[in-house]
Design a protein around this ligand. Sequence first.
Ligand code: COA
Length: 193
Amino acid sequence: MTAIVTIGTKRLRLRPFQTTDAEAVHRLAGSQDVAAGTFLPHPMDRQAAQDWVTERLKDQAAGTGVTFAITLLENGELIGSIGMELVLAHEQGRLTYWLGHDYWNHGYGTEAVTALVEYGFNSLKLHRIYAPHFHTNPASGRVLQKVGMTHEGRLREHYLRFGQRVDVELYGMIRNEFLRLKVGKKGIADDHG
Ligand SMILES: CC(C)(COP(=O)(O)OP(=O)(O)OC[C@H]1O[C@@H](n2cnc3c(N)ncnc32)[C@H](O)[C@@H]1OP(=O)(O)O)[C@@H](O)C(=O)NCCC(=O)NCCS
């Protein structure tokens, strides 16, 4: 079982999901444009949203995943989800994330992914964190680039989504790269501070 924590960032609070979040998950993740970049069930009725939350809580309890509700620090509103599927035998995590459509392009995705990457390396002591994204979803790739991940390649026609074969872009970061990135950022802060 992975420890249940809350993570604060400049504008966000990442907190554990609760069963009462299913209504917000239904409203936000039920839309086609959010589902299109993910493997969220679609169409997603209220029961599917409830099941989705329950599965995340089970994964958390089993130690096979961590998932956080992304909420706004200013008012507690739930705006999305971020998590990692964990394979602890290999000390690795696979990132998954989504935001409600109204919250795209405000930098929240980058802020949440940055926090999860830090949590994965610092608290979970992972060796590798990676994220595949559909080739048709460049915004997700941009987030991973901004976080400092390396583009590791393209998996051709890797998944079937909505009846279409999709290429997948693979991004990853290993512990040494994370540590170097941290030292670099600290160096910049020290220079100015
Ligand atoms: C992917 C997602 C989480 C990004 O979150 P976000 O908060 O919008 O991301 P940010 O605002 O931090 O950054 C988005 C970046 O993508 C860029 N972008 C947006 N749409 C783009 C497009 N069509 N093509 C290229 N870049 C695009 C933005 O300009 C921004 O880059 P910039 O800061 O250099 O200008 C969000 O779009 C989402 O939830 N999508 C649906 C679910 C999903 O696809 N999840 C990812 C599964 S791998």
